[in-house]
Design a protein around this ligand. Structure first.
Ligand code: CA
Length: 220
């Protein structure tokens, strides 16, 4: 899951980024409105945390321009609790949610995950495939009563497949959403998938030859 943070306060941006990374997200930071707008326009993000007061284009304008060009990713605005006008303006511009400053950092992850989940049409708290259960609130995989130990990249891959359960995901899309940098080696994905299968069993992630991977929908 890849999150774009647009926030001109460097401390806040770093704090958000560190916390999200610790919770299994890939993050990119932009400190200015124009730069953030461009990032969100050319890259595909699962969610955006968007400050309102920014140098250059402000947060409302960034959001309005994305929505006008058909960008639908969930956008969570960072706003002051006292400003009702900001909230209304943000909703009109197409914001999905708010996080009030000063924010509770623990709440940020929960809110980001909830918005991504809602956006992808997953309304339940957990995603299940056979014996493997992904708790979307805690962000943990549980199998037969035990937490599954995964490397960071394995977690990112499995989380993405579970968030899009039932949908075939190409290797390119998977690589785009789990790697920090732009020039990723997508051939390595197959090796990670093999390692995940060793840990959770071979029946969770299905391969559609030459097209990609998917986790089947739970039929129970
Ligand atoms: Ca600001």
């Amino acid at each position: 899951m890849k999150v774009l943070i647009i926030e001109d306060d460097h401390n806040i941006a770093r704090q958000l980024s560190t916390h999200l990374q610790e919770n299994g997200f890939v993050t990119h930071i932009a400190h200015e409105g124009d730069e953030g707008y461009y990032q969100g326009d050319v890259e595909s993000y699962d969610a955006v945390l968007l400050d309102i007061g920014l140098p250059g284009m402000d947060g409302f304008n960034v959001l309005e321009r994305w929505r006008a060009s058909g960008k639908t990713m969930p956008v969570i605005m960072l706003t002051a609790r006292t400003s009702k006008m900001e909230m209304i303006r943000g909703l009109e511009a197409g914001a999905d949610d708010y996080i009030y400053k000063p924010f509770d950092i623990e709440e940020v992850t929960v809110r980001v995950r909830a918005n991504i989940r809602r956006h992808k049409g997953q309304l339940k708290q957990e995603a299940i495939c056979k014996s493997l259960n992904f708790n979307m609130r805690s962000g943990r995989f549980i199998q037969n009563g035990n937490y599954v130990k995964l490397t960071r990249i394995e977690f990112l891959i499995l989380q993405y497949l579970f968030m899009k359960q039932g949908i075939l995901i190409s290797v390119t899309e998977l690589a785009e959403h789990v790697y920090d940098d732009f020039d990723h080696d997508s051939s390595i994905i197959a090796r990670h998938i093999a390692n995940i299968r060793k840990k959770v069993g071979s029946d969770i992630i299905k391969t559609e030859s030459n097209r990609g991977y998917y986790v089947p929908k739970d039929t129970a």
